[in-house]
Design a protein around this ligand. Sequence first.
Ligand SMILES: *Cc1c(COP(=O)(O)O)cnc(C)c1O
Length: 376
Amino acid sequence: MIPFNKPYLHGNELTYISQAVSGGKISGDGVFTKKSHEFFEKKYGFKKVLLTTSCTDALEMAAILLDIQPGDEVIAPSYTFVSTVNAFSLRGAKLVFVDSYSDNPNINPVAIRNNITAKTKAIVIVHYAGVACDMDAVMAISKEFNIPVVEDAAQAIDSYYNDKPLGSIGTFGTFSFHETKNIISGEGGMLVINDEKYIQRAEIIREKGTNRASFFRGEVNKYGWVDIGSSFLPSDIIAAYLYAQLEKIDTIQAKRKALWQRYHDGLNELAAKGFITLPVVPEFATNNAHMFYIVCENIKARSELIQYLKGNGIHSVFHYLSLNKSDYYLANNESVDLENSDRFTDCLLRLPMFYELELEQVDYICSKISDFYNVK
Ligand SMILES: *Cc1c(COP(=O)(O)O)cnc(C)c1O
């Protein structure tokens, strides 16, 4: 069976974990956390980064930092993972879901603008598949109405909008190192803070509401409880695994891009014949090869294709169920139809994508998809 995803050791993971242990500090903010912070600030020019235990946590920190209160409205795409919006629901926000483009799952800025009200306190966008949203359009709305933007960049490591790294454009960027992402640490994440005024409070919120970070820098002579917060920082064991992956980021990305291109070449003809649709990467965006997906004609074709591939030893998956149709949302809100988001829910199919996947396996997967459509 070709799995959908598979975690992989790229070199120094186990060595660094063992170094962290023998160094005598495996709680948060140890040597490997610092090395990872430096890596991101240097390679991508992020103003300030803080590792977290997940992207979910980074989003929760963003919601606290933006002081989201019950009744505030938060605009977000519907075709996304639960965590994108759950962080804001936890603070009592009212979610306003808006639609994707018709040709790709990213949020449509026109739909954002149409849903702004006096109560809108944040705009959350997702760079789906690591492909940038139209950030000039999003940031123009943000500026016009003075509403902060959170970039859920969970899938968007090492990807760019024109020449700006994703995660560096909004007020905050949030990343994931979950085992299904490009760079992994099992569970893991990161908050990027692009506006200086939030840095100090972010450190406090991440450390249980204490000013421990200032204390260790010698800025205050004792530390105590100064704000709300939680325990958002990862063990240095996680950071050790992560740092080993970061050292290999260029190799990892090159392999994933080669796999992505092979899928694209292998399925181009099927797409030209109109059986499936392939991902669209706009001019302003780079492709970080986070995922390879196809869009089937309808839910029936997709279900049959999943079964067919399964029968041939290939594990493909669909994922997001439009959040505007989720049980939790509908329990407290009226149903809304979001045509494009609902279509991606029914028709989008993700194909296996992980570092150890081989080009020949991609060829095999493409040939099986062609067989399914009876195209030679
Ligand atoms: C994976 C993912 C998350 C959640 O990341 P965790 O690190 O598992 O919390 C959030 N948003 C999007 C768009 C994701 O793909």
